[in-house]
Design a protein around this ligand. Structure first.
Ligand SMILES: Nc1ncnc2c1ncn2[C@@H]1O[C@H](COP(=O)(O)OP(=O)(O)OP(=O)(O)O)[C@@H](O)[C@H]1O
Ligand SMILES: [Mg+2]
Length: 203
């Protein structure tokens, strides 16, 4: 049975059993972004695009309503670092508390309608994405938390460029090229022993 989700979302969204359904103009962006994050090992429900809407497995969790909630404390620093890395590399913004679900201490990144973006000033990306996972209560050493080595390795897999292309297919050629260039610039900054502190230099 389909039930509408009413929590201030901009698009009509529903739950139907174990399936999340959202009507949105560009569901292919979210499908490409969830594959991109999934390839890096970041928890993000796998999205399937269907023309005017998307579907994804239902995650039985809670939104991070406040950055100092118990849920936020239950997330490991390593998992937060990993998630931030994937979102940063993918140019995924709109990272507010409503766009993370926490289930059993695992954070799931959702709502990737704004992915693969290029910014005239990259610090705008940091400003848009750093909230709220950067506030890791109980982890004073969060800034030196390493990005998991397997994610750093997967970042160099050429398949990620295919996802960037798929997620920017609706844009003009010039805009799509700018998005690809921004992705490659970020990838050039990826290095072994990378920490959260390297992702968010403006903080
Ligand atoms: N896979 C999922 N499982 C369970 N709940 C979900 C899932 N995806 C989204 N939700 C819930 O539905 C709400 C709305 O989804 P989402 O954030 O994708 O849409 P939105 O904020 O309207 O999107 P947009 O920012 O693109 O307008 C989320 O805040 C979350 O509570
Ligand atoms: Mg949202």
């Amino acid at each position: 049975m389909r039930t509408e989700i009413k929590n201030g979302q901009r698009h009509k969204a529903f739950r139907d059993g174990d399936t999340f359904i959202k009507y949105t103009a560009h569901p292919h962006i979210e499908e490409a972004a969830s594959r991109f994050l999934g390839h890096l090992g970041v928890h993000a429900p796998a999205v399937t695009a269907h023309g005017d809407h998307l579907t994804a497995p239902w995650v039985a969790g809670k939104d991070l309503i406040q950055s100092d909630t118990k849920e936020l404390q239950s997330i490991s620093a390593s998992q937060a670092a990993h998630t931030l890395f994937g979102e940063w590399l993918g140019g995924i913004s709109d990272r507010h508390c409503g766009n993370y679900l926490v289930a059993d201490g695992t954070v799931h990144s959702i709502d990737h309608g704004e992915a693969f973006r290029s910014y005239p000033d990259e610090s705008d990306l940091y400003t848009a994405m750093i909230h709220p996972l950067r506030h890791k209560p109980g982890h004073p050493g969060f800034w030196t938390t390493p990005i998991p080595a397997h994610a750093l390795e997967a970042a160099h897999d050429p398949v990620l460029e295919e996802y960037v292309k798929a997620g920017t297919a609706h844009l003009s050629e010039a805009s799509a090229s700018a998005c690809m260039a921004a992705f490659r610039d970020r990838l050039d900054q990826v290095h072994p022993q990378m920490t959260v502190g390297h992702l968010l230099p403006t903080v």
